[in-house]
Design a protein around this ligand. Structure first.
Ligand code: MN
Length: 222
């Protein structure tokens, strides 16, 4: 029997709607600039580049109605409303999307701008502690593939898009991710955000909605 130096951490997980089962999270891949209007607001030309990937550690998940803390080392924390695809074993014996959730890709925008300018990695901007609030997973097909995705801060609408505005749809994202990594059960893919990203402060209440999926609501703790 393995003698651990210290007890291994519990596996991060998300609730699954309609029962007591949970989805064990392995790793989080995220798509950058997958909506043309958001790519433009970030200063990119969506016609000249294709969406790309970055990642967050699996334990960056904030689940079960928990509230993330305002992170250190930033004065410009941004929200990004995102559809999340959950990877697992498919009925045909393969690996693919088995469910969906509503997520928020929290971003230290100031550190991201510095990293972009210096040509450095985005880890500190994207993969920090508690950077991935995510709602419960709904198993099966995406209820409304052209449905609305929206985000409000303290009741004021900030993002209002539709899922069919994605440059790479979820199937193509899985194909592109699968060309780079061996996708495994437990992987989550944040599929990118529509335009309208912006800052939040401690005490702000963020509500993210996608048609047919369980709403994600959290407050930024001091
Ligand atoms: Mn994002």
């Amino acid at each position: 029997m393995t003698q651990w130096l210290f007890p291994p951490r519990a596996v991060p997980s998300l609730p699954i709607t309609g029962g007591d089962r949970r989805f064990p999270v392995r790793r989080i891949l995220c798509v950058g600039q997958n909506y043309a209007a958001h790519a433009r607001e970030m200063g990119s030309d969506p016609d000249k580049q294709t969406p790309f990937f970055f990642s967050k550690p699996g334990d960056a998940i904030v689940a079960d109605g928990q509230d993330p803390a305002y992170p250190s080392a930033t004065d410009n924390l941004h929200y990004e409303a995102e559809l999340v695809a959950a990877i697992g074993p498919t009925p045909d014996g393969g690996i693919g999307i088995v469910g969906w959730a509503v997520g928020c890709d929290l971003t230290r925008r100031d550190l991201q701008a510095e990293a972009k300018k210096a040509g450095r990695p985005w880890d500190a901007a994207k993969g920090f502690d508690q950077s991935a609030p995510c709602g419960a997973i709904t198993l099966g097909a995406l209820p409304h593939p052209a449905g609305a995705i929206g985000l409000s801060v303290n009741g004021e609408t900030k993002q209002a898009g539709t899922l069919d505005d994605m440059i790479l749809n979820p199937d193509r994202i899985v194909e592109a991710a699968g060309a780079l990594w061996t996708l495994q059960p437990g992987d989550l893919i944040f599929t990118g955000t529509p335009s309208g990203v912006g800052p939040v402060r401690p005490g702000d209440r963020i509500v993210v909605t996608i048609d047919g999926l369980e709403t994600l609501s959290f407050e930024i703790k001091p």
